[in-house]
Design a protein around this ligand. Sequence first.
Ligand code: AMP
Ligand code: ZN
Length: 488
Amino acid sequence: MQLKIYNSLTAEKEIFKPILEGNVGMYVCGPTVYSNVHLGNVRTFLSFDFIYRSLTHLGYKVRYVRNITDAGHLTDDGDVNNDRFVKQTRLEKLEPMEIVQKYTVDFHKVLDMFNLLPPNIEPTATGHIVEQIELTQKLIEKGFAYESNGSVYFDVLEYNARGLNYGELSKRNIEELFANTRDLDGQGEKKNPQDFALWKKASPAHIMRWNSPWGEGFPGWHLECTAMSTKYLGETFDIHGGGMDLKFPHHECEIAQGKACNGASPVNYWMHANMLTMNSQRMSKSTGNYILPMQLVSGDNDFFEKSFHPTIVRFCFLQAHYRSVLDISNDAMLASEKGFSRLMEALKILNSITPNDEKQSGFSLEDWKTKCYDALTDDFNSPVLIAHLFEAVKFIFALKDEKETISTKDLDDLKSTLNAFVFDVLGLQNIEENNNEKLDQTLQVLIELRNQARKSKNFDLSDQIRDKLLAEGIELKDGREGTTYSIS
Ligand code: AMP
Ligand code: ZN
């Protein structure tokens, strides 16, 4: 089985060769925790969660690093008043680290809701200031960076003069870039408008600041990812991911920083996830065209006609390939809900199928498995994988109607393969099973409360609990082993 990955750097699907056989180092740019993540952000993180799960399922030992951007992340105009953290602290009248904590907690809650696995390391930009200062010093020593008025900039022209190629990822021509850029970020301080900040001098208004050899300031956004990926994955690692919109300038700058520092390209496979759109426009906070994950899940919004369980949202997202644009709509969600119920029903039916070792089945399990793995290893093609899962669903319904047969060995294999794809790889959750578990936990609490009431001779309350449950169709039975229940 050969895994093929589309590499944004070469714009080709390539056979994946990890640096260390059987191991994968993967870095994904995390959120800027100055406000709640919107559903578009979730799509990108979910795409990489699926990739992480797939790599693990394929047998790789993955070290997955996803950072938290919690230091100043300047907007394009470089004005400190537009720094996202500074703005939000003023708006919410909170300390910067309170903002960071509040939205980091929210981020984790949201990802947990969609059943994303946590990364192996989740480093923060503020926890790696020393590393960022060291990198900046190294770049100055090597002649790739210069100090100007307390800030330090990366010298893009010098980089190109040494035969390196700024623009190789985004396929931008540097001359064009120079012609089209206005010098807004660090007016007058830079040698060239394309030079980007490694370290910025903090103005008196800037609250998040650290000491450095160039005075008080804060690190540039691009540098944090180079510092953290190098620290935890090495100077060159296997996979770097992020949303499509981060290709330029963020990832372009990461390549330049890495090459200038270490002489080698930092990443072997660049992977970019495509955008979530709504009303055919990219989901984004700045344009107001967005929905928060909780609004979709609770139904508290004007866009969708009903609420949707997070696993349905997950299923909907995975029906598009991670490199394709996905437009979220009410119809798409309804269709996903229908498809998901059929899938869950098939899994349930599978548990009650009686195998038949006498008759030959018309369904080749081996061929089906090959097709599923071909889809997964073809640049993580989730929609094709899901289409194959539905071939199995069709077969399961035929088994139920006794129009098909399956051997004992194949039945076991089908069960374990399907369960692995649905729950481990796609990361879906069985809503019904989860609800049953919750119901059981709730009933155990009520039984315990009733026992306590009886012990304290509060028979009025204990009878009320029993009668009210009975009215809901839940009968409590007291026996020697304790109290059990049955649901009619
Ligand atoms: P940010 O917190 O702005 O750095 O964004 C976090 C991640 O979400 C980045 O990888 C972005 O590329 C990604 N992202 C932002 N908007 C969208 C969108 N509409 N669809 C998918 N991903 C997005
Ligand atoms: Zn990054």
